[in-house]
Design a protein around this ligand. Structure first.
Ligand SMILES: C[S@@+](CC[C@H](N)C(=O)[O-])C[C@H]1O[C@@H](n2cnc3c(N)ncnc32)[C@H](O)[C@@H]1O
Ligand code: SF4
Length: 357
């Protein structure tokens, strides 16, 4: 293990902190039959049993790669082959789940099942799990018609992560053309079905400016009304169309940090604006979650408005940035959200700042 961690022993497709970056090559495992199933028994015992895995919460993979081609996404362009786990293996994994009392499952596919026809098939398999675990999935909002929402309900899906990315119609090169009326009706269907959902946005696309990014955020807060929001600054990965565009257009079009790959500035948003806007977005994300989990403090109509969030950010910005709590809510890494800490900070801030509409 030490040799792997230090990069002295390389296993194709496995990267550690020391081997990420220059030595990293895409290494798609094309035939998923060659990947050992953690759950399907081999010689009477599954890998999961051998390592003494906990039954309560499982991660499950039914496909790899993606059938879409979003211009920023490393998932699809670095490994441009979509492939599914063979159905017989998924079936035997479901049989394994049925011998356990599984409480929850997170399906790791970037779009559950890949193409819509396969999403339906995978949901059918999930419905066969007898312990009726609570299931979380990632899905394209375009898939969410009435029939799909019924299948999700039957499969006991309780949480969906949905990518919206932007509402800016000018950003055609991103390949995320969103059908806004359809999205709004899908959000209604999910709410009616009692399913929680998160909407993702990306900030810092070249062509986006402060006004258009604010409009995407306004739309999510005021119209789509998800349970939570995530707002990611663009990361520029080699092999993606956005990176190719950067190579031909240069750093006046897009500049980014070579180590973190995070956008620094674009032709339409300077670095200072980008830094400030990122802090604003982090504040919105954590504050929105605080309000959502506190039932909007029974003032949803008053609080669910972009200008309210802008005013809260102004108040927070006037405080000492070096204060650990202020730093936390403006920089909280969205994938490592610490619920107790962030809720605690906002509870205190809410009172101290005398936040009212
Ligand atoms: C693993 S992706 C899957 C989402 C889902 N496939 C979709 O697009 O609707 C989760 C989220 O990561 C974010 N993301 C993906 N690539 C990104 C990039 N290059 N820079 C910033 N955020 C990114 C997007 O907001 C995306 O919705
Ligand atoms: S962002 Fe999502 S839908 Fe788009 S290519 Fe990546 S994984 Fe697929």
């Amino acid at each position: 293990m030490n040799d792997i961690m230090k990069g002295r022993l390389m296993i194709p497709g496995v990267y550690t902190r020391s081997t990420m970056g220059p030595r990293m090559e895409p290494y798609p495992i094309l035939d998923l039959r060659t990947v050992v199933s953690p759950y399907a028994p081999q010689r009477g015992c599954s890998f999961f049993d051998r390592i003494g895995g906990c039954d309560e919460h499982l991660y499950w993979e039914t496909s790899r790669g993606c059938v879409f081609r979003c211009a920023y996404c490393a998932y699809t362009h670095r490994r441009p082959v979509f492939r599914t786990v063979p159905i017989e293996r998924l079936q035997s994994e479901v049989e394994y789940f049925n011998r356990r009392d599984i409480k929850s499952i997170f399906v790791t596919d970037p779009v559950l099942g890949g193409p819509k026809s396969n999403t339906r098939r995978v949901l059918g398999l999930i419905s066969q799990i007898e312990s009726k675990p609570r299931v979380s999935v990632l899905l394209r909002p375009e898939y969410l018609d009435q029939e799909m929402v019924i299948l999700l309900q039957r499969a006991n899906v309780g949480w969906l992560d949905l990518g919206l990315q932007t509402t800016n119609p000018q950003l055609q090169y991103v390949h995320r053309k969103n059908d806004i009326p359809f999205l709004l009706s899908s959000c209604d269907l999910l709410r009616d079905a009692g399913m929680g959902f998160n909407l993702d946005l990306i900030i810092g696309f070249p062509g986006d400016n402060k006004e258009s990014m604010l409009e995407s955020i306004r739309f999510v807060i005021e119209e789509a009304k998800p349970n939570t929001i995530k707002i990611f600054p663009l990361r520029v990965y080699p092999g993606t169309p956005i990176h190719d565009m950067f190579l031909s257009r240069g750093s006046s079009w897009l500049s980014f940090d070579n180590h973190t790959r995070l956008v620094k500035s674009t032709a339409t948003c300077c670095q200072e604006e980008m830094d400030e806007f990122t802090k604003f977005c982090n504040t919105v994300v954590t504050f929105y979650r605080f309000l959502s989990e506190e039932s909007w403090l029974h003032k949803e109509q008053e609080f669910r408005r972009l200008p309210f969030f802008v005013r809260v950010f102004e108040k927070v910005s006037a405080l000492e940035y070096s204060d650990a709590d202020i730093w936390h809510i403006m920089n909280c890494p969205q994938n490592a959200y610490d619920r107790d800490k962030t809720q605690g900070v906002w509870t205190r801030m809410f009172d101290e700042l005398e936040i009212t509409n």
